[in-house]
Design a protein around this ligand. Structure first.
Ligand code: ARG
Length: 296
């Protein structure tokens, strides 16, 4: 149930169970956010350079944008000693199984030692809300949640990035744990170290990618499962995290401000860009998609 190449695919997208769109969105408050170490190339030039007031204001604006779009917003307090915990897409993979009374989350097994302790805070948040909590940690394979594992919109189908933060072997386990088919994509460029930095699902038929981050096998899989593939230019993808944009409702795309070419491509495809400034967070190697977690 893990697929690496189009030739292995033995099912149609339309034959997969329908997945509802999640309506809850979690943020982690930024009082402890900082660039305090270097675990991705974007951080190298920015250690100690975060402007705390600007970061707080940008985070508030981001949260307000999601509220405005009609989502139920939730906030988990950041924890001292975890400057990257604000990137709350990484510590879990929320899931929804038709027929189950409780939705759930799979806990990550963070690659970077500096981030391992963040997971327990997210575990408490979800278990106190009676979510089913499943763990892959005991397998000793790295897994960074929705940084690398991204649901195909509206279908029970998972895309799994690997190569920098997540070990490909974890996807066999997730496939059986959640009874889901997983399409795996190898990541090649260290600037695009998580799948969510180069792959943004917009609706069931449309995805936005930075093609330079993928192998030909990966690109073939993407083109097989999406009818429209929007290709973002390199500078907006690498410097402005254009592909870390997020579309919560199949129409609006929350995106780092200044992605001029990408915005035109989005509009031409019928989407509405919602610009926000996440420049302080880009110093740490993350933008919109990384700073929130959608859950059912
Ligand atoms: N500094 C963080 C790290 O390298 C940034 C994480 C960004 N999150 C994401 N989903 N891409 O782990």
């Amino acid at each position: 149930m893990v697929y690496k190449r189009v030739e292995e695919v033995d099912f149609d997208r339309a034959s997969l169970p329908h997945l509802p769109t999640p309506k809850n969105v979690l943020f982690t408050s930024p009082e402890h956010f900082d660039v305090a170490y270097v675990i991705n190339p974007h951080m190298a030039a920015h250690v100690g350079s975060v402007d705390t007031d600007v970061a707080r204001a940008q985070w508030e604006t981001l949260r307000a944008a999601y509220k405005e779009l009609g989502l139920n917003t939730h906030v988990l307090a950041g924890a001292a000693g975890y400057p990257d915990m604000v990137f709350c897409a990484n510590q879990t993979l929320p899931f929804y199984q038709n027929g189950d009374s409780n939705p759930g989350v799979v806990l990550s097994n963070m690659h970077a030692d500096q981030r391992k302790g963040e997971v327990a805070h997210l575990e408490s948040f979800f278990s106190s809300r009676r979510y089913t909590v499943k763990s892959v940690a005991r397998l000793a394979f790295d897994f960074e949640g929705m940084g690398d594992a991204i649901w195909h919109p509206a279908r029970k189908l998972l895309w799994g990035g690997y190569g920098f933060r997540t070990n490909i072997q974890v996807y066999e386990n997730i496939a059986s744990l959640l009874d889901v088919k997983v399409l795996v994509l190898e990541l090649l460029d260290p600037d695009f170290y998580h799948l969510d930095t180069c792959f943004s699902v917009l609706n069931e038929r449309t995805v936005m990618i930075y093609p330079g981050a993928f192998t030909q096998e990966g690109l073939d899989l993407i083109h097989h499962f999406f009818d429209h593939v929007i290709e973002c230019p390199e500078d907006e993808s690498r410097k402005l995290f254009a592909c870390n944009a997020h579309c919560p409702d199949q129409r609006h795309v929350v995106i780092q401000k200044g992605c001029t070419v990408t915005n035109e491509l989005l509009k031409a495809a019928g989407f509405v860009p919602v610009e926000v400034d996440t420049s302080e967070y880009i110093k740490a190697g993350g933008s919109v998609f990384c700073m929130k977690q959608m859950f059912w």
